[in-house]
Design a protein around this ligand. Structure first.
Ligand code: PLP
Length: 495
């Protein structure tokens, strides 16, 4: 970010024949050739660089990226909170790290106990007793839940074909329902951001298998009539799936099971500080009510009467496996450590502070950016900068939310989620999380205020942002439609 420009390029361009970054030990066993049929004749074009070149290259690359360890990251719906390093230290202990999934369960009792306890804690927090740790992500937990909804109806001999989804749901909800073969029907939300109850009543017909609802919704607010919503779906013979990716607002405060939710997934890689972003492995533990436990994926971790732990595959009603082995085990360790360190009171404090921080930003920024929903928010708050676009509509390039987001990067702050949810024009979904200090939140308010001033006084400063990042504004449409992720020798490459 300084004016100094380091040597650029991809690592292949640094390659020089004969350079190497590793010393192999002398061969001390007789050499033998691989059988010819096992060998491939190919030129792999591996880069040949020294250790120092390699370290500089990757360190430089890492500095071009934004990360929670570098600055404030208020990306709504994603819960980019700080991930304590102790989680990694413990997940990397050889006793966890070096396990093999095919080891005899007698030799991995500690790991199984950890999973068993984590299942129990997550069940307790959800108010839903059956938990699988297998899903690799939030959407994968949704898939597991939708398969369970299907299995539930099939077991009763009355398969149904539709899933209802409010328009305030996360986009993965309808996508998941469609993946399992359901038609989806969208329920509108009312002016307060709640599901339109009359519409729900009307739409809850006999072909509806269930409802997938995000709560708190993508508008950052709690579904106020959630119990009534659940009662209507249940009366019609359906199940309620709650997308619990936003549990950061609720842990220890309210239990979804007590509100009539039947199935819920967690994003342990949001709420429970498993690192995420960049497509890394997640953990989407999924919890169900008592009578749905029999449908959970195999294996579940169980404890026998003599106190030993085992992997239970003998479950005739299971929806089957939803991935190889048992889930991303090291991420379970991270979530376990985090929960263990915080304890019951700490987890409650976590959610209360997350909600407090979001409401603090809501109050401090309400006069500058506008609130489409003026209600107490949960862990995130939604603003619109539609007024800014209108005020600058005389310009060739009126100032939009996207410009505000890009300008934030110049101040070392990651952009919030923008243009999502789709139901709010020019929106910004801001999620500060509980790990940020008042000082950081105050600086954010200051920067947001300054950007609003810049937008009026020097609009091109905002509409041409970012200015201080390794790359200026990207053509996002082209990047999404024509991704070109492979470097070939001689291809054009700019830093
Ligand atoms: C993040 C998120 C998801 C999807 O989680 P992935 O782990 O990315 O699959 C689903 N719903 C909501 C509300 C989310 O915020």
């Amino acid at each position: 970010m300084s004016g100094f420009v380091a040597e650029a390029g991809v690592i292949f361009e640094r390659s020089e024949p004969g350079r190497q970054g590793i010393e192999f030990p002398e061969v001390d066993v007789p050499q033998s050739e691989l059988p010819a049929g096992w060998r491939r004749e190919a030129d792999f074009h591996l880069p040949e660089v020294s250790e120092l070149e390699m370290v500089r290259h990757f360190t430089r690359l890492s500095q071009k990226n934004f990360a929670i360890d570098i600055g404030f990251y208020p990306l709504g719906s994603c819960t980019m909170k700080y991930n304590p390093k102790v989680n990694d230290a413990i997940a990397n202990l050889p006793g966890f790290q070096d396990l093999h999934p095919y080891q005899d369960p007698a030799t991995i009792q500690g790991a199984l106990e950890l999973m068993w306890e984590l299942q129990a804690w997550l069940g307790e927090i959800a108010g839903l007793p059956g938990v699988t740790l297998q899903p690799s992500a939030g959407a994968h937990g949704e898939l597991t839940g939708a398969l369970i909804i299907r299995a539930y109806h099939e077991a009763q001999g009355r398969p149904r074909k539709t899933i209802l989804v409010p328009d305030s749901a996360h986009g993965t909800n309808p996508a998941t329902a469609a993946m399992v073969g359901y038609d989806t029907r969208e329920i509108p939300t009312n002016a307060q951001g709640n599901v339109d109850i009359d519409k729900l009543r009307e739409m809850m017909t006999e072909d509806v298998a269930g409802l997938m609802i995000t709560n708190p919704s993508t508008l950052g607010v709690f579904e106020e009539r959630i119990q009534e919503v659940a009662d209507i779906v249940h009366a019609g013979g359906g199940l309620v799936y709650m997308d619990g990716a936003n549990m950061n607002a609720m842990v220890g405060i309210a239990r979804p099971g007590d509100m009539g939710m039947d199935i819920l997934h967690y994003n342990l890689h949001k709420t429970m500080t498993v690192p995420h972003g960049g497509g890394g492995p997640g953990a989407g533990a999924t919890a169900v009510r008592e009578d749905l436990v029999k449908f959970l994926p195999v294996p579940l971790v169980e404890r026998s009467e003599d106190g030993t732990f085992y992997l239970d595959y003998d479950r005739p009603h299971t929806v089957g496996r939803i991935r190889a082995f048992y889930g991303n085990f090291n991420n379970m360790v991270r979530a376990f450590v985090y929960m263990r360190v915080l304890g019951k009171d700490g987890l409650l404090d976590m959610s209360q502070t997350a909600v407090l921080n979001a409401n603090y930003l809501k109050e401090r920024l309400r006069g500058i950016y506008h609130l489409p929903l003026d209600r107490t928010c949960k862990h995130e708050v939604i603003f619109t900068s539609k007024w800014l676009k209108e005020k600058t509509s005389h310009l060739a390039h009126p100032v939009r939310t996207l410009d505000v987001a890009k300008r934030l990067l110049d101040y070392g702050i990651h952009a919030p989620t923008v243009y999502f949810p789709l139901t709010v024009e020019e929106c910004m979904l801001i999620e500060p999380t509980e790990t940020e200090s008042k000082r950081t939140l105050d600086r954010f308010v200051e920067v947001m205020t300054r950007i609003a001033e810049e937008a009026e006084e020097q609009p091109e400063l905002v509409t041409e942002a970012p200015h201080n990042t390794p790359l200026r504004r990207l053509d996002e449409v082209r990047a999404a439609r024509h991704p070109d992720l492979r470097w070939r020798p001689g291809s054009e490459f700019s830093t």
